[in-house]
Design a protein around this ligand. Sequence first.
Ligand code: 6R9
Length: 657
Amino acid sequence: MSDTEETLANLLREDRRFEPPADLAAAANVKADAYDAARTDRDAFWAEQAERLTWATKWDQVLDWSNAPFAKWFVGGTLNASYNCVDRHVEAGRGDKVAIHWVGEPEGDTRDITYAQLKDEVSQAANALTALGVGTGDRVAIYMPMIPEAIVAMLACARIGAPHTVVFGGFSADALASRIDDCQAKVVITSDGGYRRGAPSALKPAVDEARTKTDKIEKVLVVRRTGQDLGENGWDDDVDVWWHDAVGGASTEHTPEAFDSEHPLYVMYTSGTTGKPKGILHTTGGYLTGASYTHHAVFDLKPETDVYWCTADIGWVTGHSYIVYGPLANGVTQVLYEGTPDSPEPGRWWKIIADYKVSLFYTAPTAIRSFMKQGREVPDRHDMSSLRILGSVGEPINPEAYVWYRHVIGGDRTPVVDTWWQTETGAVMISPLPGVTSGKPGSAMTPIPGIGADVVDDDGNPVPNGSGGYLVVTSPWPSMLRTLWGDDDRYVDTYWSRFKQQGYYFAGDGAKKDEDGDIWVLGRVDDVMNVSGHRLSTTEIESALVSHPKVAESAVVGASDPDTGQAVVAYVILRDEAGDGGPDIIKELSDHVRSQIGPIAKPRQIMIVPELPKTRSGKIMRRLLRDVAEGRAVGDTQTLADASIMDLISAGQATST
Ligand code: 6R9
């Protein structure tokens, strides 16, 4: 075996399998035959899924791909997304059903909102926005904490056909202003603040500051959440309007207008690897079909009995597709939580699961790893026997975290669905189906029914099983992005030029197919290292490190090296109980990686660090770690959740090698 083959064989050595529970499989929403049905006639399959929605006018063509890569789905159809998420459930007699169990961060600060109440509030907000001068097609920015009004605001925009752009509340005034400028939003919806880590955290001042950086903002609609002081110049009567006045005083009657299936629903900015953020554009009919179908299929949602909770922030695409549009189109009862996982105590999330008998739970590997670090005593104090299915999203989940999640949180009963998708794809693309797939820890498994995806080599040819390459989507799908806001060329360049000849969508991720053809997503292609001509994944080495009993979390980067091209540099956080790891910790970890993966993967340098630099969405910023590893000044830390972390890591660098 060559080194590369050996490395690959080691990665794929994970051989634990988890079969779907028999009762879940027997009653599953989507069974194995869906794959065949979708393969036989993709358009007919998606047309059937689109029937999940209520259309004002039916489409006359499922897909128009004649101007590829600019897609039109359900051509000629009209619908209203807000009607689909709210009104139709009330009309079907489910108005008294709880749509949102809202849990504020301060204990006891809760609110249950039924579908009928949600319909009234969304209607009021739609009327208020119209009164503020927002017309069909105008853009509205939303900059809010995790409070019900955030969802109401999004649905009100959708109701009047005004595309929203939700900017995560943790972003700076600069980031907010640049997004507002890019999509020319004329109204901003915000709040005085929200609760985080036990204290009010202000938002409105950032909007005020953004107004000094862009002249696009005409009106600011402000929810009073914390009641905190807005500051001396914190209110401008010409611009600022209280939500409770404008929305509270508006009529609850509002007739939703049906919009074209391709009417823009929202723009979501994602940080590109360099330069200015990309405004991903999603439209109405196809997006809602994708969000609704995948939520039904991947979470095996039984709206009558399930209680669902997705811990994402609505400022990210996961919050859009799997808190707002998918779940509400499907008429779920869901939990919405305002605060941080550990306020006021480390078991807050598990307490919420127990209190509301959550059955479907969706979170990110980074959260799971931080809970692993605390130890299982914390979750063990809570009764989580209501859980039925656990989901993971955002980054590859290492086998250790997957098994811990299933075992400690899911009591070994619950399938774990590792869902691969992106802001651009709008909905889950590669994932197990909980009633069908026998799950492998660490693998997202196969494209879901209706989705074509593959792993290809540099020339766009599918790689054989047992090999790695680039992850591509091989055919258009309903919830695909339609373009980048205002930049068709960049859309074509970024996603469709790499495998132009084949017409494949280039996802920017590396992946491997194991001997069964199941897909293991390895992370962004720019996180793939080339050491002495061998392709190595950061994730692969991170997984090896995390499987060491003393390690809580790790991040690995490829640093340029005069001898080997790139060399492996690892940053490691130790588990609390491991203390400082002992005198031989570096050698111990290095030997561990060597034995887990092979000599080629042995890090050139291992640094023990107190924290890792993460974006506010929890993604590790390897770019900054690469700067440290290569001895450069640390680059732009603007998107870091906590900028001081880089100082700690850089300082440690001087002493730890
Ligand atoms: C939904 C979301 C997209 C990127 C994507 C990939 C990584 C997401 C993953 C995963 C491995 C998974 N990613 N889910 N990698 N396994 N289950 O996260 O969207 O913020 O746009 O990020 O996240 O690298 O390309 P977004």
